[in-house]
Design a protein. Structure first.
Length: 428
């Protein structure tokens, strides 16, 4: 167990059960969720013919962030991610903002995925009440997150293998129907549209750092966490680009931009009705996988904040048998249930990217505080990732930027108050 900068041992209230192979496959499964299904249309709407290129900036920032997160995770192997890492360097205000942003991202991101699940389901069942269907799948996922990390990891890995197989068949069958002219990159929407698309698609890469966030449940974290993050991103990148290229080759950027379910449209157009069934099966599987992993990681951050008394203490309680934060799982799940009954898919997607970028920026800043002997990689990666986060934040759509910034003022004020109160107590 690594000794923290405060000189105390970081003990975890959960069990260490995930090895290298399971953690790597689990990381890939957490990334290859509904992002490619739910974000492709919104990205094409902004980036136009530069769709494939717009997927790259976010991927590079995520790789740099994964490297920063891996270095922090091996030095502070507890659940909580940037919330715990910032606190280790006595950055309590940033820690509180990071924790609130990740919980916010978890709520918004899980809502996005459940709505994507419902929209794809509506292609099969005309007239399906989308918001009620999204709420129903949220309730199922709450139950799946209540029985321990070993059980949950097996579900995620199993679902990931099914998703990759189904998407592999999808790509294979679409290749003969692709038009090479559709793949030629064009910056018809200009640099602003390109970067806005990159900022929106950024959310689709989410999931790569969750093994670092759940470091308290990883065996031999110093070796397992870096390997699982880099390996998971590599697997996901191959899948993302294969699927996006095939879809773009069949539909073209303009057609993708018009639809919230472009993969379904491409499958039906190229393969026929049963192609729609194929992609629906993949979307359903991906949605469940993404939802399970979203709730899994965000509940661990809420657990850490509850243990630190920066959220209600009952969120920091772990079930004595299954070693999971059931209170946190239930509270966040109920909040998501309420959100999906009100909002639509494209309304909440950019907000998820905003919260993630703030969380990642604090991760990089925390990584820059590591001493030379604690580093696994040069500081360049943290500086590059930090700069990338700020650049992408600049291109978040204005409404999401305003909502995110305003909602961030509340945790920032609360965190500052906590720091002042703590300082006064120390003086007394």
């Amino acid at each position: 167990m690594t000794v923290s900068s405060a000189g105390t041992r970081s003990e975890s209230s959960v069990a260490r059960t995930l090895g290298r192979t399971a953690a790597t496959l689990m990381t890939a499964g957490m990334i290859i969720g509904t992002g490619i299904f739910g974000a492709l249309g919104a990205t094409a709407e902004q980036a136009g013919g530069a769709l494939l290129l717009a997927m790259i900036p976010g991927g590079l920032v995520c790789l740099a962030t994964g490297i920063s997160g891996a270095q922090l995770g091996v030095n502070f192997p507890r659940h909580g991610g940037a919330f715990i890492w910032a606190r280790a360097f006595h950055l309590k205000t940033l820690a509180f903002i990071a924790g609130c942003c990740y919980v916010g991202q978890g709520i918004v991101g899980t809502s996005v995925v459940s709505l994507a699940f419902a929209y794809y389901s509506a292609q099969l069942v005309p007239g399906l009440p989308v918001h009620l269907a999204a709420g129903a799948i949220v309730l199922v996922v709450i139950a799946l997150n209540s029985f321990g990390i070993s059980f949950t990891s097996k579900i995620i890995i199993g679902l990931m293998l099914v998703i990759v197989t189904l998407l592999g068949v999808f790509v294979f069958l679409l290749v003969p129907h692709m038009k090479v002219t559709h793949l030629a990159p064009t910056f018809d929407n200009g640099p602003l549209g390109f970067m806005t698309g990159a900022a929106i698609f950024f959310w689709a890469w989410d999931g790569f750092m969750r093994t670092a966030i759940m470091a308290g449940e990883i065996k031999d974290p110093r070796r397992t966490i870096p390997f699982s993050i880099v390996g998971g991103i590599a697997i996901a990148a191959v899948v993302f680009y294969a699927v996006a290229t095939a879809t773009l080759g069949v539909l073209g950027a303009q057609e993708i931009a018009k639809d919230d379910v472009p993969l379904f449209k491409a499958a039906v157009q190229a393969i026929g009705p049963w192609g729609g069934w194929l992609i629906l099966a993949a979307a359903w599987t991906a949605s469940i996988s993404e939802l399970v992993s979203d709730l899994l990681s965000v509940s661990r951050v809420a657990l850490a904040m509850g243990e630190a008394r920066e959220l209600p203490a009952w969120l920091g309680q772990v079930h004595p048998r299954y070693k999971v934060p059931r209170h946190a799982v239930l509270a966040i799940g109920v909040f998501v249930f309420a959100v999906v009954l009100v909002f639509d898919l494209r309304q909440v997607l950019p907000l998820a990217s905003f919260y993630l970028l703030v969380w990642f920026a604090i991760t990089h800043y925390s990584a820059l505080q590591l001493k030379k002997g604690q580093r696994l990689f040069p500081r360049f990666f943290s500086w590059f990732g930090l700069a990338g986060c700020f650049v992408l934040l600049f291109f978040i759509p204005p409404f999401a930027l305003i909502i995110g910034a305003v909602s961030g003022l509340i945790p920032a004020w609360q965190a500052s108050r906590l720091v002042i109160v703590d300082a006064l107590r120390r003086v007394e």
